[in-house]
Design a protein around this ligand. Structure first.
Ligand code: PLP
Length: 381
């Protein structure tokens, strides 16, 4: 008998189909998805344009290796530039967020030959070898992962971080411009600028982990963009494929030039993944989803700030953290089982994460607020 390796705490719900902002169980009961399936759903579940592109591509060709020409990868780059406004980077395709960060750290170390990494307290960068070592969690880091030195700095003490960085012995700084799993903490624009400045002075590579906060979630395509900085390396995944496993690394190739064999992946950038990824970028542009996320986010944040039980509302666009002064596990359960709304947790037990599809509409947002108020009342009686 083969059993599933029992690593996930599961809710007793099985979605069997999905559409737009809803997932449905076998009885066709709708659940409003304010979790985006873990920040993954960018353009809405099973968007018709996305489904069509994947279907058409599956009929033509699903996969061939990275040893031949694949024009779809170039089309992807063009669409990414148009949708993001980011230019003068080279793209390496991979399949997940951890893999993107793994490659980013390798690139940094190839560049300056150093091995020590500066990371932030509360940060999460994945569960693979180097990515987990720069993640602030002893629990999920195995002895084999501790192959290089990592210093974790507190964002509340930027002068200490800055001073440490200026010693000049760090290979890279890795950070999420808006910390996701940590509980939705934004890095101040000025702090990002200072960190980038210190990186430039010391030839340290700045890696912006946009796996969760990127791809329009913050209302900008990348969350770092409002600070005006230019990271040396940008990692992305989650929203990139809207559910299709797809990751990428954007690299300043003037600073870190490619050489044959430097990185590689069997599945990265395959034909089906490109079809999914191109469809996502087309929909983001066609439906003006960045402006939509900004506008709806402002409305949502304003409404949430009126709820007295919520002590702090944080975030930007459709990446929102709600801090209560009590643990939110029961509240989330009530929302899910009584009001049929999915929300996200965070490593701070008192913080709920809201990460709906970027296509969520005004009515669904109002429905969410009503459901949240009902569940707050029911769980605090
Ligand atoms: C900021 C950030 N980086 C990296 C990862 C790892 O991504 P994946 O689970 O696709 O490996 C995550 C996953 O939640 C994330 O939130």
């Amino acid at each position: 008998m083969i059993n599933l390796f029992d690593v996930y705490s599961l809710f007793d719900i099985e979605p069997v189909r999905a559409s737009g902002s809803y997932v449905y169980d076998a009885e066709d009961k709708p659940y409003l998805d304010f979790y985006g399936g873990h920040a993954v759903i960018s353009i809405g579940h099973s968007h018709p344009h996305y489904v069509k592109r994947i279907q058409d591509q599956a009929e033509k060709m699903v996969f061939y290796s990275n040893s031949v020409q694949n024009t779809m990868q170039k089309t992807f780059c063009e669409e990414l530039e148009k949708a993001s406004g980011v230019s003068e980077y080279d793209l390496f395709f991979c399949n997940s967020g951890a893999e993107a960060n793994e490659n980013a750290l390798k690139l940094a170390s190839f560049h300056n030959k150093r091995t020590k990494i500066l990371s932030l307290k509360g940060g999460f960068h994945g569960r693979t070898s180097a990515a987990v070592n720069v993640t602030d969690s002893n629990l999920i880091t195995a002895p084999i992962n501790r192959g290089f030195d990592v210093s974790y700095h507190n964002l509340a003490d930027i002068p200490a971080l800055y001073k440490d960085l200026e010693k000049g012995d760090y290979c890279a700084v890795i950070l999420e411009p808006i910390q996701g799993i940590g509980g939705i903490y934004e890095i101040d624009d000025l702090d990002l600028q200072k960190i980038k400045h210190a990186c430039n002075k010391t030839d340290t590579i700045l890696i912006a982990d946009e796996v969760q906060c990127g791809y329009g979630r913050s209302g900008d395509f990348f969350a770092f963009q409002q600070s005006g900085i230019r990271p040396d390396v940008i990692t992305m995944a989650k929203g990139m494929g809207n559910g299709f496993p797809l990751g990428g690394v954007l690299i300043n190739s003037v600073k870190i030039p490619a050489w044959k064999g430097m990185l590689g992946s069997t599945f990265g950038g395959n034909h089906l993944a490109c079809a999914a990824g191109i469809a996502v970028l087309e929909v983001i542009q066609e439906e003006d989803l960045l402006a939509h996320a900004r506008k709806l986010g402002e409305f949502l944040i304003h409404e949430l700030q009126q709820i007295p039980e919520i002590k702090d509302v944080r975030g930007r666009g459709l990446m929102i953290g709600l801090e209560f002064d009590y643990p939110i596990a029961d509240l989330r359960k009530h929302l899910l089982f009584e009001n049929h709304v999915f929300t996200g947790s965070s490593s701070n037990k008192k913080v709920m994460r809201l990460l709906p599809p970027l296509t969520i509409n005004h009515t669904q947002t109002v429905d969410f607020i009503k459901a949240l108020k009902k569940s707050i009342t029911a769980t605090t009686k």
